[in-house]
Design a protein around this ligand. Sequence first.
Ligand SMILES: [Zn+2]
Length: 262
Amino acid sequence: MIDSHAHTDFKEFDDDREEVIKRFFEGGGEKIINVGCDLKSSVRSYELAKNNENIFASAGIHPHDADTVDKNSLRKIEELVQHYKVIAVGEIGLDYFRNLSPQEKQIEAFRLQLELADNHKMPLIIHCRDAYNDLIDILKSYQTNSWRGVIHCFGGSQKIAEEFLELGFYIGFTGTITYYKDKSKLGNEPEIYRVIKNMPLNKILIETDCPYLAPVPERGKRNEPLFVRYVAEKVAHIRNVDFKEIEKATSENAIRLFNLEK
Ligand SMILES: [Zn+2]
């Protein structure tokens, strides 16, 4: 199993980071991608990756902190992505749900980092909340078709998922997919089930986004990389296949997308 989106550098792990990481690797985990969301966490992710063979890092500035994106911070991100253990630019994107930075600033910061990623031929880790249409428009506005990456913590519709697949993106699922009942009172399946069922197996990634979004049965607690297993189990349940199949495919997908075997 690969946890393709973790924040084990966060303060929630200050007391037991080593044990949390050890638990994952002893429990069958293969690799962790520790994702940066501002300059400090990008540096911390890089430090973790440097000191652990099977941890990789990304560097980027989250839309919440879009107003910290300037020449200086971009230069630092650019320095980080040149290290071989830094394997993606992210998490970058748009968040109109919380709007912690003005939308125009989010768009500008997203574009600048997309261009940085393109210059260095780096995959993207994209955060997008309540902004799928704007984000797709921005991606499409570039003539180049070289974008690859993952739309992390996907919560959109089947139609939106198809748009991202057409643009060549992978889709990442977190513990939020375990929060649904199989059938609503009216007997309908949740939309996200349809998305997961229709997704090509070679485009699915699993992730924790820890310390947040702990999956059932750990919901409400601090999340950690080991719990990515519950996300894989839920995907297997929804697609009605063996857990092993999902485990194997999602690992291969992460290795392929982020070029982790180098
Ligand atoms: Zn995240």
